[in-house]
Write a protein that binds this ligand. Structure first.
Ligand SMILES: [Zn+2]
Length: 447
């Protein structure tokens, strides 16, 4: 650090560090955190001071579950719009999911196509997950070497034809291959047999949709995944957990040393089945938003570490696909720009702290993906920050979202936590909800 001059000092009475919250001045040199100094520390000659007063300085959020859909379904979402929304929402790194774009990220050639499309549009740093399909086992090692952060698979239909699911045998084959080169498999865990057995009643009633995606589908798929992970000593990650019934299984597996991590999402943690209006398919996602009592148990599991992280699963579509028939509407909830205030609003109501939120939404997702340069305000890491006014509130106006499609389940909600600015490697990338220039880099797995 000593040979690079400090260019910027960020000062706040509330800086969230891994050791806790304190008044501090954070020195930035060469886009990295050079020092975390005393609040009153003298600003080095030639450095610029940004004093945020009592607004909180926290590490930029890391969102490892974003469907950008670019190229191919850019009318659903694109790198320009998604990364602008991320920047406005305090997120400085996203990892793009391998499906819903055309092509899907299932070969190295396809990865290169996606990287080329993303390169000039990225307002935040962007990395990529690969996809594990029934017929691409031979592509997994090359994709790993090309820098994807791990592989996503489905165990039930994904919703798009070009990204078929794995059966149990194919899961075993892919997982063995991925484990062989030390990779990570991330899994959409709903069991197809339980889904097939569930009643499908077309129409606008949320209760009918909920009954079509039973908890048992999640519980069974997670149980099977744990068994496979245990057998192969594989590293697996459960995407978007909704069913609290699976928590004891996961806790037991973790206690036994199974290498499993788990995420949940803002919609499962802040919205409830009881409040979803009939026909309001902006609330549709798979697995579904469940009951309030289920949500309470998810929060308990965050507190005790059974659930590791919170990421958006931002999965938009055009408005016309969000029909009022829950059985056929596109399943996916858009919340990239709103995840931090949505989670903070609920966390504070439940007596949790901003330090908890930072752990769940920055440190833990960075850790999941092995992004050692992200996720904490600590010397040597990238100078990525969000500046948050946690006591201020705002009412969600879809017109103010930078998402490509302004369809949101949070419309009209009053949330705590206004993101005042966002910083990427020492450069301001958003100011009061307005993104600036695209300075994001494309990230590749380093280890
Ligand atoms: Zn997803």
């Amino acid at each position: 650090m000593a040979d690079v001059a400090v260019e910027l000092v960020l000062r706040s009475t509330r800086v969230i560090t891994p050791e806790g919250t304190r008044a501090a001045s954070v020195a930035v040199a060469g886009g990295k955190i050079a020092a975390v100094l005393a609040y009153e520390a003298e600003v080095p000659a030639g450095a610029r001071l940004e004093d945020f007063g009592d607004d909180v300085l926290l590490p930029g959020l890391v969102d490892t579950h974003v469907h950008v859909n670019d190229p191919g379904r850019t009318e659903w979402e694109g790198f320009w719009t998604a990364t602008r929304a991320a920047a406005a929402g305090g997120i400085t790194t996203i990892l793009d999911m391998p499906l819903n774009s055309l092509p899907p990220t299932t070969t190295t050639d396809n990865l290169r196509v996606k990287q080329e499309v993303a390169r000039a549009k990225a307002h935040v740093d962007v990395g990529f997950w690969g996809g594990a399909l029934p017929d691409n086992v031979k592509d997994l090692a090359p994709l790993h070497d090309a820098g994807v952060y791990g592989f996503k698979c489905f165990l039930s239909p994904s919703g798009v034809d070009e990204f078929p699911e794995l059966d149990q045998e194919q899961l075993a084959t892919s997982l063995a291959e991925i484990t062989g080169f030390g990779g990570l498999l991330i899994v959409h865990a709903e069991d197809p047999h339980h889904l097939d057995a569930a009643p499908v009643v077309p129409g606008p009633k949320y209760a009918d949709f909920l009954a079509s995606r039973p908890r048992d589908a999640e519980n069974t798929a997670i149980g099977n995944l744990i068994a496979q992970a245990k057998r192969l000593n594989a590293r697996v990650h459960v995407l978007h957990l909704s069913s609290s019934d699976a928590l004891p299984l996961i806790a037991a597996a973790k206690a036994e040393g199974v290498r499993i991590t788990v995420e949940s999402c803002p919609h499962y943690l802040t919205l409830t089945a009881e409040e979803v209006p009939d026909g309001a398919s902006e609330f549709k996602c798979c697995p579904p938003i469940r009951e309030a009592a289920n949500q309470d148990l998810l929060w308990d599991a965050l507190a005790d570490g059974t659930i590791d992280c919170i990421v958006s699963d931002h999965s938009p579509s055009t408005a016309d696909l969000k029909t009022d028939d829950f059985s056929t509407a596109w399943g996916g909830i858009s919340s990239l720009q709103l995840g931090l205030p949505a989670i903070w609003t609920e966390a504070r109501r439940r007596g949790r702290t901003l330090e908890d939120v930072v752990r769940w939404m920055s440190a833990a997702p960075a850790n999941l993906a092995g992004l050692t340069q992200k996720g904490a305000i600590e010397v040597g890491r990238d100078a990525d920050f969000a500046v948050l006014a946690p006591e201020e509130t705002f009412t969600v106006d879809p017109a103010e979202l930078h998402h490509r499609n302004q369809v949101t389940a949070y419309a009209g909600k009053t949330l705590h936590g206004v993101v005042k600015s966002t910083w990427l490697r020492g450069t301001q990338i958003a100011d009061h909800g307005t993104p600036t220039e695209p300075t994001g880099l494309l990230l590749e797995r380093q280890n």
